[in-house]
Design a protein around this ligand. Sequence first.
Ligand code: PGA
Length: 253
Amino acid sequence: MSTRKKIIAGNWKMYKTPRESLEFLNAFLPKVHDHERDEIIIFPTATSLAFVIDRLRGTHLHAGAQTMHWLNEGPYTGQTSPNMLTSIGATHVLLGHSERRLYANETYEHVNLKIKAAIAHDLIPVLCLGEQLVDRQGGFTRDIIMAQMGAALSNIPAENATQIVIAYEPVWAIGTGSTASPEIANEVHSIIRTQLEWVFNAEIANNARILYGGSVKPENSAALLTQPDIDGLLVGGASLDPACFAKIVHTKY
Ligand code: PGA
């Protein structure tokens, strides 16, 4: 039995104004206020983040950003820096989400710079990885995952990687309704853990939380969370409704 505390995280993508975010929390917090078994993290949109952080003060929930730049300031229109995130109390940052790669041309080299910046600012990076459908059909899942990890984690000393969280999100499962079967997900999670041992060391590999994401809902959360290498969930669509997300948080496992 692993002693890794599981993480249940909600990725709100480009949904919810500040008012809607606070309405969500007003309904959600009473349902999870005494839930200490797992870490709960919410990734709201940039305009809601400071409001969400303020509302979560004094609770055991955390909030983070969906992306960031790696520099602290500069002529980069539209970007948010690590410094800006920590100054409002953000604790986590999603990096390398497949939608960022697809729609914002984010490469794994960028993600590598961002992970280093997150670590330097004491932000916990949640590195998202995942293969496309064609990769899986061609039998390249392992190669893709190893390549993504190799690039994203290059030149990061082991002592800086103790906090890193990884989210395995097969691109074909995101927002499509088709989840990876718990066994398929677990198999990739164990590839990721082995690779973490290779890149860093056994202790980091054993302690790292590896989350699954891609069409998670209350109906499939138990089967996923009972897999030995699945240490939590990154939930998109199903995290937008307080009752639905609370059900996922209370999954029996
Ligand atoms: P989904 O999104 O749960 O809506 O599939 C997951 C994610 O992209 O993080």
